[in-house]
Design a protein around this ligand. Structure first.
Ligand code: SF4
Ligand code: SF4
Length: 474
C-alpha cells in the first residue's frame, strides 16, 4: 500500500552506590556489556562548572536540584568515569533517564561542552548495567531489536494499530477503562493516528514542477523514516510537492530504514550503527545532491552519522560525507528561497521549536523565514518556544510526569498566542502537541512548517485551474 503523495514518473536510477569519597574503585568490570563509547574524559573535563547552562535546562527549571542540571549530570558522568561512583548507582541511572537529551545546555555552553555526545555515551553505560524486569527486557527487545530494525515490520505493526483505531476497538477499550486497568492509558493517548495509506520508499522519482533555464534540477533524496512513513503521509506529500514547486527532483530511495535515533536515545548504539550503515548504502545509491529529512530528530541524527561511525574503517568517511549533504526540510526550503506562494493564507500561526532543530542543528531563523514567505500569514511568537515540549523520543512514555509538566507549560504558552495553528518540524513534537491539544480540547491544529507552506502552494494551483476553467467556459 503506497500513499498518493503524487504520481512518480519513473523508478530511481541505481543509483549502587557511591564509593567512599576519594576511594577510586574499578567499576569498569560492570561495563562489560557497555558500548566502547564510554564518555570520553576530554568531553567532561571541558566543563568548567560555570552554571551558565542551568536556567536553560528544562529538568532543572522544574526541579531546582543540582543533580537534575547539566552541570550535575556531567559531574555524575565524571565520577563514574573516574571510578568514584558505580555506574549502577541510582543517582547516575536516574539522571541519565531524567535528562531529555534536548541539548539546550549544549547550545548555550560558552566552553563548547559536547553534552549530546556525553549523554549518548552515559545512557549507553546505564543501559548496559541496569537491572531490568523480564517485562522491560521483552519490551526493549521487541522495540529496539525486532520492530524498529525493519520498515516492513513497522508497517505490519502499524496496520494492526490502524485496525485497532478504526474498528471501534480503541473506542471500546477507552470506554470500558481497560487501558487504565493495564496502566497503559497515558501511553495509548500518545499513539499517532495511523494513515490509511503508507509511504513506501520504492525508488519513485518525482520531477520538478518548474526549473530555471539552463540549470539542471537539484536531485533530492527523501528519508521517509519509520513513524513518519505510517502516520505522517501528509507531511511527506507536502515535502515532495513543495520541493517540486521549488524546482527539485525528489527521489524515495529503496532499501532505507529507520534512521536509528530511537536506538541511540535508548542506549542501543550497536543497533543505531547498523541502521546508519544500511541507510548510507541506500541513500548513496540514489546519487542525490541533497538528502532531505522532514523530522528534526532524524535530520539531526543523520547529521551525526559521521560521529556515530567515526571508528568504522569502511563507513567513517562515507558517513561524514553523507552527513554533510543532509538538510532538514526547513533548512533546505530556506536555502531555496523558498519560492513565495501567490495565494494568501490568513492563518494565525505560532511556532514550537523542536530541540534537535533549534539546539542540535542551530536552525532557528529558517523555519520562520519559510513561514514569512506566505502572504497573509499572521505569525506570533510563543514564550519559551525552544523549551522542550516533553516528547524527547520515548521520554513521554518512560517519564510521563515530567513530560506532562513540560507539555502543560508549552500548551499554556501556545494558548496565550491565540494562534489557530501550532507549527512544528518534528514527528515526536507533533505527536506530543496533538495529544495535548486533544486532551485540553483546544481548537488548534498542529502542522509541520512544510505543510503550511504547501497549503499556500496548493491554493495557487487551485487558483490556476479555476482561472483555466473560467477561460475555457467563456
Ligand atoms: S556545561 Fe558548559 S555552561 Fe554548563 S556548567 Fe559546564 S561549562 Fe558551564
Ligand atoms: S540535555 Fe536538556 S534536560 Fe538534559 S541536561 Fe541538557 S538541558 Fe537539561
Amino acid at each position: 500500500m503506497s500513499t498518493s503523495v503524487a504520481t512518480p514518473t519513473s523508478a530511481a536510477s541505481p543509483a549502587g552506590a557511591a564509593s567512599p569519597a576519594g576511594a577510586a574503585t574499578d567499576f569498569h568490570g560492570l561495563l562489560h556489556l557497555a558500548d566502547t563509547s564510554a564518555p570520553n574524559a576530554a568531553l567532561y573535563d571541558a566543563c568548567v562548572r560555570c552554571g551558565l547552562c542551568l536556567e536553560s535546562c528544562p529538568t532543572y527549571s522544574l526541579l531546582h536540584l543540582e543533580p537534575a542540571s547539566p552541570r550535575g549530570r556531567i559531574a555524575l558522568m565524571r565520577a563514574v568515569g573516574e571510578g568514584q561512583l558505580a555506574p549502577t548507582a541510582p543517582s547516575f541511572l536516574a539522571q541519565m533517564d531524567l535528562c531529555l537529551g534536548c541539548l539546550a545546555c549544549q547550545a548555550v555552553c560558552p566552553s563548547g561542552v559536547e553534552y549530546g555526545h556525553l549523554h549518548e555515551a552515559g545512557r549507553a553505560q546505564a543501559a548496559a548495567v541496569r537491572q531490568k524486569s523480564a517485562l522491560r527486557r521483552v519490551i526493549e527487545w521487541t522495540v529496539f531489536q525486532w520492530l524498529f530494525v525493519s520498515l516492513g515490520r513497522v508497517r505490519l505493526f502499524a496496520r494492526s494499530l490502524w485496525l485497532y483505531q478504526r474498528s471501534g476497538l480503541q473506542w471500546l477499550a477507552r470506554r470500558l477503562g481497560v487501558l487504565r486497568l493495564l496502566g497503559m492509558e497515558g501511553a495509548e493517548q500518545l499513539l499517532p493516528r495511523i494513515d490509511d495509506r503508507f509511504v513506501i520508499a520504492d525508488g519513485s522519482v518525482y520531477p520538478p514542477l518548474w526549473t530555471a533555464a539552463e540549470q539542471s534540477p537539484r536531485r533530492v533524496a527523501l528519508l521517509t523514516g519509520c513513524v513518519q512513513s505510517v502516520a505522517f503521509a501528509a507531511v511527506h506529500a507536502a515535502t515532495i510537492h513543495a520541493l517540486r514547486v521549488n524546482g527539485c527532483e525528489v527521489v524515495l530511495p529503496r532499501g532505507q530504514e529507520c534512521c536509528g535515533a530511537l536506538h541511540q536515545h535508548g542506549g542501543e548504539l550497536a543497533r543505531a550503527r547498523e541502521l546508519a550503515r544500511r541507510n548510507i548504502d541506500a541513500l548513496e545509491a540514489a546519487h542525490a545532491d541533497v538528502i532531505v529529512v522532514n523530522a528534526a530528530g532524524c535530520s539531526h541524527h543523520v547529521k551525526e552519522y559521521g560521529h556515530l561511525l567515526r571508528d568504522d574503517p569502511l563507513y567513517a568517511e562515507r558517513a561524514a560525507a553523507l552527513a554533510a549533504r543532509t538538510r532538514d526540510i526547513t533548512e533546505l526550503l530556506a536555502e531555496l528561497g523558498p519560492r513565495p506562494p501567490q495565494s494568501s493564507l490568513p492563518w494565525r500561526v505560532t511556532y514550537q521549536e523542536p530541540c534537535h532543530l533549534a539546539h542540535g542543528q542551530k536552525i532557528t531563523s529558517q523555519p520562520r523565514r519559510v513561514l514569512a514567505a506566505i502572504p497573509g500569514l499572521d505569525f506570533v511568537e510563543m514564550a519559551e518556544s525552544s523549551m522542550c515540549c516533553g516528547s524527547a523520543g520515548t521520554y513521554n512514555i518512560l517519564q510521563p510526569e515530567m513530560a506532562a509538566q513540560l507539555l502543560a507549560r508549552k500548551l499554556d504558552h501556545s494558548a496565550a498566542t491565540r494562534a489557530e495553528v501550532i507549527a512544528s518540524a518534528n514527528t515526536g513534537c507533533m505527536i506530543q502537541m496533538r495529544a495535548g491539544v486533544a486532551q485540553r480540547g483546544m481548537p488548534v491544529r498542529v502542522l509541520h512548517v512544510v505543510e503550511i507552506l504547501d497549503a499556500a502552494y496548493r491554493l495557487d494551483e487551485q487558483g490556476v485551474s479555476a482561472r483555466a476553467s473560467t477561460l475555457t467556459s467563456s
